[in-house]
Design a protein around this ligand. Structure first.
Ligand code: FAD
Length: 285
């Protein structure tokens, strides 16, 4: 059982609790990106189990008429065991999702996985192109502004018929390949978004809680009219999510599953307010 304190950031341990949460946010015009927590598997059976759960999840979401998609991690689908295993599992999930008009996002992990992740994305997005908004199938990938290579990657990504989620980057990377100062990463993200709004035909997602980044995206939208969506995490700036949903497409990243402890720890440690919130809950004040 997940303690109530973690429920702010994690939608329970079972698919049923995750779908309950999806229903709640859908009622307020926010879509869901559901993620079964898990990464760096070294057992084929664990990979297979999560892949099966994802396929069932997209079928259940479609059957329940919920506005949601999924987001998977390459190392959850076996990338540490081999690129062929990752490709095989991902393709099976994307095929099931396409049959159910559901969209599949691929999270981006550390820089050692970037090439394998972008290659898999390109192949699948060409095979299962992003469909018009009224249907919802297709494939998307996340790119990280802290990686210096990302600007060049965008030239390749601009012509692929999928979606791209732009984020600052959650992994500590070596200074020779990544910007390490927060301010420099913010600048890089703004520049990437400017490029995308100028060169992409829609399919842009901004994964950030940063008011300055979100304002930059809104200004670019006003200027270029390129379709975009805002993505934020469950439990972070939820009031802002509901407010944005009045004017833009907003999706909330909804993690769930038995492996919630590490994710919860990361959320609590990344911000002093979250740590205070956790301590207050533990101390009962
Ligand atoms: P931060 O730099 O964390 O914060 C900037 C400002 O935002 C703060 O100063 C504050 O004004 C505001 N803010 C932030 N948090 C709060 C809060 N709790 N309450 C109030 N204000 C707040 N990273 C990856 O590497 N790979 C991925 O696949 C990936 N997917 C993601 C998907 C989504 C939907 C999101 C939202 C993030 C994802 N990330 C991913 C994480 C991302 O890289 C960043 O680490 C994370 O989003 C923190 O950066 P930020 O842009 O939100 O702003």
């Amino acid at each position: 059982m997940i303690p109530p304190i973690a429920n702010r950031f994690v939608a329970g341990e079972s698919p049923a609790t995750a779908l309950d949460h999806v229903r709640t946010i859908n009622d307020r015009d926010v879509g869901a990106i559901v993620n079964l927590l898990g990464e760096h598997y070294d057992e084929r059976s664990t990979v297979r189990a999560d892949a099966t759960e994802y396929r069932t999840l997209v079928e259940d979401m479609a059957r329940s008429n919920l506005e949601g998609c999924i987001s998977v991690k390459p190392s959850q689908l076996g990338l540490d065991l081999g690129e062929d295993i990752f490709r095989e599992e991902l393709e099976a999930i994307v095929a099931t999702a396409a049959e159910n008009d559901a969209f599949v996002w691929i999270d981006m992990e550390d820089h050692t996985t970037t090439d394998a992740t972008l290659d898999a994305y390109e192949e699948l997005a060409r095979e299962y192109p992003r469909s018009p908004p009224e249907s919802g199938s297709g494939v998307g990938v996340c790119v990280q502004a802290n990686l210096k290579r990302t600007r060049e990657d965008l030239e390749r990504l601009a012509d692929i018929p999928g979606k791209v989620r732009f984020v600052k980057g959650a992994y500590d990377e070596p200074a020779d390949i990544a910007y390490t100062r927060g301010e420099r990463v913010d600048q890089a993200l703004e520049a990437l978004l400017t490029y995308a709004f100028e060169h992409f035909e829609g399919g842009i997602a901004v994964g950030s809680h940063d008011p300055a980044i979100l304002e930059h995206a809104q200004t670019l939208y006003d200027e270029h009219g390129t379709e975009f969506e805002i993505q934020m995490l469950m439990g972070v700036r939820e009031d802002a999510q509901y407010e944005f949903a009045e004017s833009y497409d907003v999706y909330q990243y909804v993690p769930y599953g038995g492996r919630w402890k590490f994710y919860f720890y990361r959320r609590v440690m990344e911000r002093r307010e979250n740590l205070r919130f956790a301590l207050r809950a533990v101390l009962g004040r």
